[in-house]
Design a protein. Sequence first.
Length: 419
Amino acid sequence: MNYLSPLINYRTSYFFAFYSLVFLLSVNIIPQVFTVLVVFVVLSLFFIDREGFGVHKNIRYFYYISLFWFFSAVISVVTFNYENLFIMSFEPYWVLLLWPLIYFSSIKYINNLILFKKIFVILGLIYIFFVFFVVYSDPVRGLGFLESPIVKGNLGMMVGLMSFVLFFYFKDLFWRLLAVTVFFCGVYFSFLTGSRGGWLALFISFFTILLFLYFYDREKLKSFFIVLFVFALIFIFSWQFLPISDRILAAYENVFDYFSGTSRTTSLGYRFDMWLIAINEFIKSPVWGHGFNSFGEVYKGYIESGHVPPVSGRATWRQPHNDYLRVLVEQGLIGFIPMMLFFFYPFVFFIRKIRVHACSQRKIAYLGLMGIVMIESIMEFMLTDMNITTKYFMYIYIFTIVLIMSLISNNVKPLADRL
Protein backbone atom coordinates (compact mmCIF):
# COMPACT_ATOMS: atom_id res chain seq x y z
CA MET A 1 0.00 0.00 0.00
CA ASN A 2 2.89 2.34 0.71
CA TYR A 3 4.08 1.85 -2.85
CA LEU A 4 0.76 2.86 -4.39
CA SER A 5 -0.27 5.59 -1.98
CA PRO A 6 1.64 8.40 -3.77
CA LEU A 7 -0.10 7.49 -7.01
CA ILE A 8 -3.57 8.05 -5.60
CA ASN A 9 -2.63 11.38 -4.04
CA TYR A 10 -4.41 14.01 -6.12
CA ARG A 11 -1.39 16.30 -6.23
CA THR A 12 0.78 13.55 -7.66
CA SER A 13 -1.97 12.70 -10.14
CA TYR A 14 -1.99 16.28 -11.38
CA PHE A 15 1.77 16.14 -11.60
CA PHE A 16 1.63 13.04 -13.80
CA ALA A 17 -1.08 14.58 -15.97
CA PHE A 18 0.82 17.79 -16.60
CA TYR A 19 4.09 16.04 -17.31
CA SER A 20 2.42 13.62 -19.68
CA LEU A 21 1.07 16.62 -21.54
CA VAL A 22 4.53 18.18 -21.61
CA PHE A 23 5.86 14.98 -23.15
CA LEU A 24 3.27 15.08 -25.93
CA LEU A 25 3.96 18.73 -26.58
CA SER A 26 7.70 18.16 -26.69
CA VAL A 27 7.46 15.77 -29.62
CA ASN A 28 5.76 18.37 -31.79
CA ILE A 29 2.14 17.23 -31.50
CA ILE A 30 1.17 20.75 -30.40
CA PRO A 31 3.11 24.01 -31.02
CA GLN A 32 5.96 24.37 -28.55
CA VAL A 33 4.85 27.63 -26.98
CA PHE A 34 2.27 25.69 -24.97
CA THR A 35 5.04 23.52 -23.56
CA VAL A 36 6.48 26.55 -21.85
CA LEU A 37 3.12 27.53 -20.39
CA VAL A 38 2.48 24.05 -19.04
CA VAL A 39 5.93 23.92 -17.50
CA PHE A 40 5.22 27.13 -15.63
CA VAL A 41 2.07 25.51 -14.24
CA VAL A 42 4.02 22.43 -13.16
CA LEU A 43 6.71 24.60 -11.63
CA SER A 44 4.12 26.56 -9.65
CA LEU A 45 2.67 23.31 -8.28
CA PHE A 46 6.13 22.20 -7.29
CA PHE A 47 6.76 25.41 -5.40
CA ILE A 48 3.31 25.84 -3.83
CA ASP A 49 3.12 22.42 -2.18
CA ARG A 50 6.55 20.98 -2.62
CA GLU A 51 6.39 18.81 0.52
CA GLY A 52 3.22 17.16 -0.75
CA PHE A 53 5.21 15.10 -3.22
CA GLY A 54 7.61 13.67 -0.66
CA VAL A 55 10.60 14.74 -2.75
CA HIS A 56 14.05 14.91 -1.21
CA LYS A 57 15.39 18.44 -1.30
CA ASN A 58 18.43 17.47 -3.37
CA ILE A 59 16.16 16.06 -6.09
CA ARG A 60 14.02 19.18 -5.95
CA TYR A 61 17.03 21.50 -6.32
CA PHE A 62 18.35 19.46 -9.22
CA TYR A 63 14.93 19.83 -10.85
CA TYR A 64 15.08 23.61 -10.46
CA ILE A 65 18.51 23.66 -12.09
CA SER A 66 17.15 21.54 -14.95
CA LEU A 67 14.33 24.02 -15.48
CA PHE A 68 16.76 26.91 -15.32
CA TRP A 69 18.82 25.38 -18.12
CA PHE A 70 15.76 24.57 -20.23
CA PHE A 71 14.41 28.10 -19.96
CA SER A 72 17.79 29.50 -20.94
CA ALA A 73 17.36 27.60 -24.22
CA VAL A 74 13.85 29.02 -24.57
CA ILE A 75 15.19 32.53 -23.94
CA SER A 76 17.86 32.10 -26.63
CA VAL A 77 15.14 31.09 -29.10
CA VAL A 78 12.76 33.90 -28.19
CA THR A 79 15.53 36.50 -28.25
CA PHE A 80 16.75 35.78 -31.77
CA ASN A 81 13.95 34.03 -33.65
CA TYR A 82 10.74 33.68 -31.67
CA GLU A 83 8.98 31.93 -34.57
CA ASN A 84 11.12 28.85 -33.92
CA LEU A 85 9.41 28.51 -30.57
CA PHE A 86 6.36 27.15 -32.37
CA ILE A 87 8.23 24.45 -34.27
CA MET A 88 11.22 23.49 -32.12
CA SER A 89 11.26 20.36 -29.98
CA PHE A 90 14.33 21.52 -27.99
CA GLU A 91 16.13 18.22 -28.51
CA PRO A 92 17.58 17.01 -26.17
CA TYR A 93 16.65 19.71 -23.68
CA TRP A 94 13.05 18.60 -23.29
CA VAL A 95 14.28 15.72 -21.12
CA LEU A 96 15.21 18.39 -18.56
CA LEU A 97 11.46 18.81 -18.10
CA LEU A 98 10.46 15.19 -18.23
CA TRP A 99 12.83 13.36 -15.91
CA PRO A 100 10.54 13.89 -12.87
CA LEU A 101 7.99 11.72 -14.66
CA ILE A 102 10.50 8.86 -14.57
CA TYR A 103 11.44 9.76 -11.01
CA PHE A 104 7.87 9.61 -9.69
CA SER A 105 6.98 6.49 -11.65
CA SER A 106 10.01 4.38 -10.76
CA ILE A 107 13.21 5.90 -9.37
CA LYS A 108 11.57 7.28 -6.23
CA TYR A 109 10.69 3.78 -5.04
CA ILE A 110 14.05 2.12 -5.68
CA ASN A 111 15.83 1.59 -2.37
CA ASN A 112 18.10 -1.42 -2.83
CA LEU A 113 21.66 -0.13 -3.14
CA ILE A 114 23.25 -3.55 -3.49
CA LEU A 115 20.86 -4.62 -6.23
CA PHE A 116 21.55 -1.44 -8.20
CA LYS A 117 25.29 -1.98 -8.06
CA LYS A 118 25.00 -5.61 -9.13
CA ILE A 119 22.66 -4.78 -12.00
CA PHE A 120 25.07 -2.06 -13.14
CA VAL A 121 27.92 -4.58 -13.31
CA ILE A 122 25.78 -7.20 -15.06
CA LEU A 123 24.74 -4.69 -17.73
CA GLY A 124 28.37 -3.66 -18.13
CA LEU A 125 29.32 -7.20 -19.09
CA ILE A 126 28.05 -6.39 -22.59
CA TYR A 127 31.45 -4.81 -23.22
CA ILE A 128 32.98 -8.29 -23.22
CA PHE A 129 31.05 -8.96 -26.42
CA PHE A 130 31.84 -5.50 -27.81
CA VAL A 131 35.56 -6.13 -27.40
CA PHE A 132 35.26 -9.60 -28.90
CA PHE A 133 33.34 -8.41 -31.97
CA VAL A 134 35.72 -5.52 -32.66
CA VAL A 135 38.83 -7.69 -32.26
CA TYR A 136 37.31 -10.52 -34.32
CA SER A 137 35.80 -8.48 -37.18
CA ASP A 138 38.33 -5.59 -37.16
CA PRO A 139 35.87 -3.05 -38.65
CA VAL A 140 36.97 0.24 -40.18
CA ARG A 141 36.59 3.12 -37.73
CA GLY A 142 33.31 4.92 -38.42
CA LEU A 143 31.72 1.93 -40.14
CA GLY A 144 29.81 -1.13 -38.97
CA PHE A 145 30.30 -1.93 -35.32
CA LEU A 146 32.53 1.13 -34.90
CA GLU A 147 29.95 3.56 -36.24
CA SER A 148 29.80 6.62 -33.94
CA PRO A 149 33.08 5.52 -32.32
CA ILE A 150 33.42 8.56 -30.06
CA VAL A 151 30.04 8.07 -28.39
CA LYS A 152 30.52 4.30 -28.02
CA GLY A 153 34.10 4.62 -26.83
CA ASN A 154 33.27 7.29 -24.26
CA LEU A 155 30.38 5.22 -22.91
CA GLY A 156 32.69 2.23 -22.57
CA MET A 157 35.25 4.31 -20.70
CA MET A 158 32.62 5.73 -18.33
CA VAL A 159 30.99 2.37 -17.55
CA GLY A 160 34.39 0.78 -17.05
CA LEU A 161 35.55 3.44 -14.60
CA MET A 162 32.30 3.32 -12.60
CA SER A 163 32.66 -0.47 -12.40
CA PHE A 164 36.21 0.02 -11.15
CA VAL A 165 34.71 1.85 -8.17
CA LEU A 166 32.46 -1.14 -7.49
CA PHE A 167 35.46 -3.45 -7.55
CA PHE A 168 36.57 -1.86 -4.27
CA TYR A 169 33.07 -1.87 -2.82
CA PHE A 170 32.18 -5.53 -3.28
CA LYS A 171 33.47 -8.00 -0.71
CA ASP A 172 32.36 -11.13 -2.54
CA LEU A 173 35.12 -12.41 -4.85
CA PHE A 174 32.66 -13.28 -7.62
CA TRP A 175 31.29 -9.75 -7.88
CA ARG A 176 34.73 -8.22 -7.58
CA LEU A 177 35.89 -10.30 -10.54
CA LEU A 178 32.86 -9.27 -12.58
CA ALA A 179 33.38 -5.58 -11.73
CA VAL A 180 37.06 -5.60 -12.67
CA THR A 181 36.23 -7.48 -15.90
CA VAL A 182 33.78 -4.75 -16.88
CA PHE A 183 36.46 -2.18 -16.05
CA PHE A 184 39.05 -3.85 -18.29
CA CYS A 185 36.61 -4.42 -21.16
CA GLY A 186 35.04 -0.96 -21.02
CA VAL A 187 38.40 0.82 -21.08
CA TYR A 188 39.83 -1.58 -23.66
CA PHE A 189 36.82 -0.99 -25.90
CA SER A 190 37.41 2.76 -25.63
CA PHE A 191 40.98 2.18 -26.83
CA LEU A 192 39.76 0.02 -29.72
CA THR A 193 37.40 2.76 -30.91
CA GLY A 194 40.24 5.26 -31.00
CA SER A 195 38.19 7.87 -29.13
CA ARG A 196 41.30 9.62 -27.84
CA GLY A 197 39.37 12.64 -26.56
CA GLY A 198 37.98 10.55 -23.71
CA TRP A 199 41.19 8.86 -22.60
CA LEU A 200 42.08 11.66 -20.20
CA ALA A 201 39.10 10.58 -18.07
CA LEU A 202 41.03 7.40 -17.23
CA PHE A 203 43.77 9.33 -15.43
CA ILE A 204 41.37 11.77 -13.77
CA SER A 205 39.27 8.94 -12.36
CA PHE A 206 42.33 6.94 -11.26
CA PHE A 207 43.49 9.94 -9.27
CA THR A 208 40.02 10.48 -7.76
CA ILE A 209 39.67 6.84 -6.72
CA LEU A 210 43.21 6.85 -5.31
CA LEU A 211 42.41 9.91 -3.17
CA PHE A 212 39.20 8.31 -1.94
CA LEU A 213 40.96 5.09 -0.94
CA TYR A 214 43.79 6.97 0.74
CA PHE A 215 41.48 9.02 2.94
CA TYR A 216 38.62 6.61 3.56
CA ASP A 217 39.57 2.99 2.77
CA ARG A 218 43.34 2.52 2.90
CA GLU A 219 43.05 -1.25 3.15
CA LYS A 220 42.09 -1.25 -0.54
CA LEU A 221 45.17 0.66 -1.72
CA LYS A 222 47.04 -2.60 -2.27
CA SER A 223 44.24 -3.88 -4.50
CA PHE A 224 44.31 -0.61 -6.43
CA PHE A 225 47.98 -0.92 -7.33
CA ILE A 226 47.67 -4.63 -8.14
CA VAL A 227 44.84 -3.94 -10.59
CA LEU A 228 46.79 -1.02 -12.01
CA PHE A 229 49.82 -3.29 -12.53
CA VAL A 230 47.75 -5.99 -14.26
CA PHE A 231 46.06 -3.33 -16.39
CA ALA A 232 49.48 -1.99 -17.43
CA LEU A 233 50.66 -5.49 -18.38
CA ILE A 234 47.58 -6.14 -20.52
CA PHE A 235 48.01 -2.72 -22.06
CA ILE A 236 51.67 -3.37 -22.93
CA PHE A 237 51.18 -6.88 -24.36
CA SER A 238 48.22 -5.79 -26.52
CA TRP A 239 49.75 -2.51 -27.66
CA GLN A 240 50.28 -3.73 -31.21
CA PHE A 241 46.55 -4.53 -31.56
CA LEU A 242 45.38 -1.14 -30.34
CA PRO A 243 45.16 2.04 -32.44
CA ILE A 244 46.55 4.17 -29.60
CA SER A 245 49.94 4.96 -31.13
CA ASP A 246 48.38 5.73 -34.52
CA ARG A 247 45.80 8.05 -32.93
CA ILE A 248 48.42 9.83 -30.83
CA LEU A 249 50.73 10.21 -33.84
CA ALA A 250 47.84 11.52 -35.93
CA ALA A 251 47.02 14.06 -33.21
CA TYR A 252 50.64 15.22 -33.11
CA GLU A 253 50.71 15.60 -36.90
CA ASN A 254 47.38 17.48 -36.85
CA VAL A 255 48.70 19.94 -34.27
CA PHE A 256 52.00 20.42 -36.12
CA ASP A 257 50.26 20.92 -39.49
CA TYR A 258 47.84 23.44 -38.03
CA PHE A 259 50.33 25.67 -36.26
CA SER A 260 52.91 25.44 -39.03
CA GLY A 261 50.28 26.50 -41.56
CA THR A 262 50.64 23.29 -43.57
CA SER A 263 47.01 22.15 -43.26
CA ARG A 264 43.90 23.16 -41.35
CA THR A 265 41.59 20.51 -42.84
CA THR A 266 42.35 17.77 -40.33
CA SER A 267 40.37 16.45 -37.38
CA LEU A 268 42.12 18.67 -34.86
CA GLY A 269 42.61 21.45 -37.40
CA TYR A 270 38.86 21.82 -37.86
CA ARG A 271 38.43 21.70 -34.08
CA PHE A 272 40.96 24.47 -33.47
CA ASP A 273 39.17 26.69 -36.00
CA MET A 274 35.78 25.91 -34.47
CA TRP A 275 36.99 26.61 -30.95
CA LEU A 276 38.58 29.92 -31.91
CA ILE A 277 35.43 30.98 -33.75
CA ALA A 278 33.26 29.96 -30.80
CA ILE A 279 35.39 31.97 -28.38
CA ASN A 280 35.36 34.97 -30.71
CA GLU A 281 31.58 34.85 -31.12
CA PHE A 282 31.03 34.40 -27.38
CA ILE A 283 33.05 37.56 -26.74
CA LYS A 284 30.74 39.43 -29.13
CA SER A 285 27.61 38.35 -27.23
CA PRO A 286 28.63 36.95 -23.81
CA VAL A 287 25.27 37.17 -22.05
CA TRP A 288 22.69 35.95 -24.57
CA GLY A 289 24.83 34.12 -27.11
CA HIS A 290 23.73 33.93 -30.75
CA GLY A 291 20.63 31.76 -30.47
CA PHE A 292 19.74 28.13 -29.97
CA ASN A 293 21.39 25.82 -32.57
CA SER A 294 23.02 28.81 -34.27
CA PHE A 295 26.63 27.63 -34.47
CA GLY A 296 26.19 26.03 -37.89
CA GLU A 297 25.14 29.33 -39.48
CA VAL A 298 27.87 31.21 -37.61
CA TYR A 299 30.55 28.84 -38.88
CA LYS A 300 29.12 28.92 -42.39
CA GLY A 301 29.54 32.68 -42.38
CA TYR A 302 33.24 32.28 -41.63
CA ILE A 303 33.58 29.80 -44.51
CA GLU A 304 31.86 32.15 -46.94
CA SER A 305 34.07 35.04 -45.85
CA GLY A 306 37.20 32.94 -46.40
CA HIS A 307 38.38 33.02 -42.79
CA VAL A 308 38.32 29.21 -42.54
CA PRO A 309 38.58 26.51 -45.22
CA PRO A 310 35.40 24.78 -46.42
CA VAL A 311 34.40 21.52 -44.76
CA SER A 312 34.90 18.47 -46.94
CA GLY A 313 31.62 16.75 -47.74
CA ARG A 314 29.33 19.20 -45.91
CA ALA A 315 28.27 22.83 -45.93
CA THR A 316 29.30 23.61 -42.35
CA TRP A 317 29.88 22.21 -38.87
CA ARG A 318 26.68 22.32 -36.83
CA GLN A 319 28.51 22.27 -33.49
CA PRO A 320 32.05 23.13 -32.33
CA HIS A 321 32.88 19.67 -30.93
CA ASN A 322 32.99 21.11 -27.43
CA ASP A 323 29.87 21.29 -25.25
CA TYR A 324 31.15 24.17 -23.15
CA LEU A 325 31.87 26.36 -26.16
CA ARG A 326 28.66 25.36 -27.88
CA VAL A 327 26.54 26.51 -24.97
CA LEU A 328 28.61 29.69 -24.56
CA VAL A 329 28.30 30.70 -28.20
CA GLU A 330 24.62 29.74 -28.60
CA GLN A 331 23.14 30.51 -25.17
CA GLY A 332 25.77 32.73 -23.57
CA LEU A 333 26.25 32.90 -19.82
CA ILE A 334 22.48 32.57 -19.41
CA GLY A 335 22.82 28.96 -20.55
CA PHE A 336 26.38 28.25 -19.42
CA ILE A 337 25.73 28.93 -15.72
CA PRO A 338 22.85 26.42 -15.34
CA MET A 339 24.78 23.86 -17.40
CA MET A 340 27.69 24.05 -14.98
CA LEU A 341 25.32 23.89 -11.99
CA PHE A 342 23.84 20.80 -13.66
CA PHE A 343 27.15 19.08 -12.90
CA PHE A 344 28.48 20.94 -9.87
CA TYR A 345 25.40 20.57 -7.69
CA PRO A 346 25.34 16.72 -7.70
CA PHE A 347 29.16 16.72 -7.58
CA VAL A 348 29.18 18.74 -4.35
CA PHE A 349 26.27 16.66 -3.01
CA PHE A 350 28.27 13.47 -3.50
CA ILE A 351 31.41 14.92 -1.92
CA ARG A 352 29.50 16.03 1.16
CA LYS A 353 27.80 12.67 1.52
CA ILE A 354 31.16 10.89 1.25
CA ARG A 355 32.71 13.10 3.92
CA VAL A 356 29.80 12.54 6.30
CA HIS A 357 29.19 8.82 5.72
CA ALA A 358 32.51 7.32 4.61
CA CYS A 359 33.10 5.76 8.02
CA SER A 360 29.55 5.01 9.14
CA GLN A 361 27.90 4.00 5.84
CA ARG A 362 30.35 2.53 3.38
CA LYS A 363 27.68 1.77 0.79
CA ILE A 364 26.70 5.46 0.64
CA ALA A 365 30.29 6.60 0.19
CA TYR A 366 31.02 4.26 -2.72
CA LEU A 367 27.77 5.17 -4.43
CA GLY A 368 28.75 8.82 -4.15
CA LEU A 369 32.14 7.98 -5.64
CA MET A 370 30.40 6.34 -8.60
CA GLY A 371 28.50 9.57 -9.19
CA ILE A 372 31.67 11.66 -8.98
CA VAL A 373 33.50 9.43 -11.47
CA MET A 374 30.55 9.67 -13.87
CA ILE A 375 30.46 13.47 -13.66
CA GLU A 376 34.22 13.79 -14.10
CA SER A 377 34.16 11.48 -17.12
CA ILE A 378 31.36 13.28 -18.92
CA MET A 379 32.81 16.72 -18.20
CA GLU A 380 36.10 15.55 -19.71
CA PHE A 381 34.34 14.06 -22.75
CA MET A 382 32.67 17.43 -23.30
CA LEU A 383 36.02 19.07 -24.03
CA THR A 384 36.49 17.48 -27.46
CA ASP A 385 33.03 16.53 -28.71
CA MET A 386 29.29 16.88 -28.14
CA ASN A 387 28.14 14.77 -25.23
CA ILE A 388 25.69 16.32 -22.80
CA THR A 389 24.05 18.34 -25.59
CA THR A 390 23.25 15.11 -27.42
CA LYS A 391 20.32 12.94 -26.43
CA TYR A 392 22.23 9.78 -25.48
CA PHE A 393 24.50 11.25 -22.83
CA MET A 394 21.82 13.64 -21.59
CA TYR A 395 19.39 10.76 -21.00
CA ILE A 396 21.99 8.49 -19.43
CA TYR A 397 23.38 11.24 -17.22
CA ILE A 398 20.05 12.41 -15.87
CA PHE A 399 18.67 8.94 -15.22
CA THR A 400 21.84 7.69 -13.51
CA ILE A 401 22.59 10.80 -11.46
CA VAL A 402 19.00 11.17 -10.23
CA LEU A 403 18.91 7.46 -9.41
CA ILE A 404 22.16 7.67 -7.42
CA MET A 405 21.04 10.82 -5.59
CA SER A 406 17.69 9.20 -4.79
CA LEU A 407 19.31 5.96 -3.58
CA ILE A 408 21.60 7.91 -1.27
CA SER A 409 18.72 9.99 0.10
CA ASN A 410 16.53 6.92 0.61
CA ASN A 411 19.21 4.94 2.40
CA VAL A 412 21.07 7.48 4.47
CA LYS A 413 20.58 7.17 8.21
CA PRO A 414 18.78 10.31 9.45
CA LEU A 415 20.80 10.60 12.65
CA ALA A 416 24.07 10.47 10.74
CA ASP A 417 23.00 12.82 7.95
CA ARG A 418 24.38 16.28 8.69
CA LEU A 419 23.54 17.93 5.37
